[in-house]
Design a protein around this ligand. Structure first.
Ligand SMILES: [Cu+2]
Length: 287
């Protein structure tokens, strides 16, 4: 109750470790929307908690059986107004939570044509491929496209330009993964056969951890990556570096599955190979 009161008192939903209620410090311009939804949900939960705890304490203290009494209080069988109330109130509460969730979700998933660059993230068993300057929703390059590819043993690093809006398109050649950067307070499923998309603008320079948030097979827990938010100039320099390494064009699918229909065959066996692990979901060679 005290925490709830303090939260309500911190009216602007100030950004501190305490008022974030376990969420990391938001690192994109979109993340505060999610933080506010989280805080609002907690305020609603605390309010309901305070009411329930209050009623429990009230009955415990003021409706105890007296020490010597043996009388049974009047037994009420039906109370239509109360029953209507406890049906209507939870319905209204769920509707309110739904309204704010749906409102924020449609704002966060809105795609505008004014983004600085497009990055296609390919989630695959069990690492990530990043196709820079490639939009998987339109199958169009948005500049000189280059790619970077990781393995469970060597997590890849996704570079992002500071304060520039980036459009992400997420694709998977095998099973469902989930693209999650905790510091962005955002994750989105990577679903085979469809292109999920969203936009974000990184507002904090630094290195952040990213992970797969959908159980996707034996090496799911090793499906990690780094996110490096750098100045736009450093970002362009990094793309130039990838170009110099010959990583030009884009890989529509991940390692092990692109050998049949692409001219770019990647040796995915980077790092120690610990015995045969069979085939991946699309029949490609295992790691
Ligand atoms: Cu995964």
């Amino acid at each position: 109750m005290l925490a709830g009161a303090v939260l309500v008192a911190a009216s602007g939903c100030a950004n501190s470790t305490f008022t974030r209620l376990g969420f990391p410090d938001p690192a994109t311009s979109e993340a505060p929307t999610i933080l506010h939804l989280w805080q609002g949900s907690w305020i609603a939960a605390f309010a309901v908690g305070a009411l329930v705890w209050g009623l429990i304490l009230w009955t415990s203290f003021f409706h105890r059986r007296s020490r010597h009494g043996i009388e049974v209080p009047p037994q009420t069988k039906y109370n239509i107004p109360i029953e209507l109330l406890y049906t209507a109130v939870p319905t209204i509460m769920v509707a309110v939570l739904f309204y704010f969730t749906a409102k924020d979700e449609s704002a966060l998933l809105k795609i505008t044509p004014d983004q600085a660059t497009s990055i296609n993230v390919v989630g695959r068993q069990w690492s990530w491929t990043f196709n820079y300057n490639y939009d998987a929703a339109t199958s169009a390059s948005t500049g000189a496209s280059v790619y970077d590819v990781g393995t469970p043993g060597q997590p890849p690093t996704l570079y992002l330009p500071l304060n520039e809006k980036v459009k992400f398109t997420l694709t998977s050649p095998d099973v469902i993964h989930s693209f999650w950067v905790p510091a962005f307070l955002f994750k989105l499923d990577v679903v085979p056969g469809r292109v999920n998309q969203f936009e974000l603008t990184p507002t904090k320079e630094g290195t952040f951890i990213g992970e797969c948030a959908e159980l996707c097979g034996v090496d799911h827990s090793r499906m990690l990556f780094w996110v490096k938010v750098v100045s736009p100039a450093e970002y362009q320099a990094h793309l130039g570096q990838l170009q110099n390494q010959g990583k030009t064009g884009e890989l529509a699918v991940g390692c092990g599955t692109n050998t049949g229909n692409s001219t770019k065959v990647i040796n995915c066996r980077v790092g120690p190979v610990t015995g045969a692990k069979g085939q991946n979901a699309t029949g490609g060679p295992g790691w």
